[in-house]
Write a protein that binds this ligand. Structure first.
Ligand code: NAD
Ligand code: TYD
Length: 351
């Protein structure tokens, strides 16, 4: 094997797509998937590649410094792609400290372990931190986030991610750790956990349950197909200059209400229901506190410098996503039980 790459959070939504891409595209890399399997981690996401020779799963918690030191001693990774995180804004509002422990302290534990094991010998080494556009705060009706936009996080989630980004840059500036970073817009696609807007609505349309739209539904997000995010991570990991960051986005803005209406339309067609059936499920509910009005990424730097751009249109990506959920209803059933349903009850019964 040429290199050992440690991917954290590889059992989650985006992480599983990154693990699959690396395992399949780089047979000469040994890929270690490190994940503690929280409610959001599901090894079923990786069933198709779990017996690949270059793939190993290692269950461990990034909050545990000793465990991270042991993992780095055992595998001696050349590269780290760090996706493990608490990722849901609404959960961060009810339990902010969980986000501090995993997103801030967990990231610092990984940076420390990498610094120690690489010990200043950074040739061929790389720490790629995966972050979000939410660190930049909220836009008005116009404008875009660039790599130079000042950080201005509002939710406990985005504050924890901003803090982790600052630690990653601090380790570069202070110790010379060879970092790169990507800040991506909202992802959607197969294996998306049904607490986020798109998979939640797909699940509820299937079950004829209400589609909860926060506030007036005019909040705007820039949506990117998850496989295209994984491709961007691959390119930045391999091609970017050390110390740099790239914004990744879909050039694809939707107001929540328009997006959910489009989803209803496509679902009605695919399910053979009369047009307008699913839209009747839309319900406007109490707004999210501190709800950011609009996120929009200027992804021209990664496009111009690395030649990356989305490979599918939103129409294609959404259709692929719906088809995946329709063909994987067992997966949906499995992840919609247990912990997740308890959270769902707690969160929506009072809205
Ligand atoms: P996810 O919630 O689906 O998955 C997170 C994964 O991390 C899970 O497998 C979970 O088990 C694991 N994990 C959580 N806490 C852990 C811990 N303490 N130790 C080890 N593993 C732990 O998240 P996602 O949507 O796949 O996001 C992955 C990364 O991408 C996150 O860093 C997130 O901030 C970032 N991101 C997400 C989006 C998005 O739209 N989902 C957009 C931009 C950036
Ligand atoms: P979400 O998928 O949670 O991602 P993020 O908060 O990281 O952008 O939410 C996307 C948008 O959809 C956001 O504006 C909040 C809104 N939303 C709803 O209107 N209803 C819901 O049930 C959820 C989960 C989100």
């Amino acid at each position: 094997m040429d290199k050992t790459i440690l991917i954290t959070g590889g059992a989650g939504f985006i992480g599983s797509h990154v693990v699959r891409l690396f395992v399949q595209k780089y047979p000469n890399y040994r890929i270690i998937n490190l994940d503690s399997l929280t409610y959001a981690g599901n090894l079923e996401n990786l069933q198709d590649i779990e017996s690949a020779e270059n793939y190993t799963f290692h269950k461990a918690d990034i909050r545990d410094k000793d465990a991270m030191d042991e993992v780095f001693n055992t595998y001696q990774p050349d590269g780290v792609i760090h996706l493990a995180a608490e990722s849901h804004v609404d959960r961060s509002i009810t339990d902010p400290l969980a986000f501090v422990y995993t997103n801030v302290i967990g990231t610092a534990n990984l940076l420390e372990a990498a610094k120690r094991i690489w010990a200043g010998n950074y040739e061929g080494k790389r720490f790629h931190h995966i972050s979000t556009d939410e660190v930049f705060g909220a836009l008005g009706e116009t404008g875009f986030f660039t790599e130079e936009t000042k950080y201005d996080p509002h939710s406990p989630y985005s504050a924890s991610k901003a803090s982790s980004d600052h630690f990653v840059r601090a380790y570069h500036d202070t110790y010379g750790l060879p970092i790169v970073m990507t800040n991506c817009s909202n992802n959607y696609g197969p294996n998306h956990f049904p607490e986020k807007l798109i998979p939640l609505c797909i699940l509820n349309i299937l079950n004829n349950k209400p589609l909860p739209i926060y506030g007036d539904g005019k909040y705007t997000r820039d949506w990117l197909f998850v496989v295209d995010h994984a491709r961007a991570i691959d390119q930045v990991f391999h091609q970017a200059e050390t110390g740099t960051s790239y914004n990744v986005g879909g050039f694809n803005e939707w107001k929540n209400i328009d997006l959910v209406r489009e989803l209803c339309k496509q679902m009605d067609t695919k399910l053979g229901r009369p047009p307008g059936t699913s839209e009747k499920l839309i319900e406007f509910v109490k707004d999210r506190p501190g709800h950011d009005l609009r996120y929009a990424i200027d992804a021209n730097k990664i496009k111009d410098e690395l030649g990356w751009e989305p490979s599918v249109t939103f129409e294609e990506g959404l259709s692929l996503t719906i088809d995946w959920f329709l063909n994987n209803q067992e997966w949906l059933k499995q992840v919609s039980s247990g912990n997740y349903m308890q959270y769902y009850e707690d969160h929506y019964s009072s809205r």
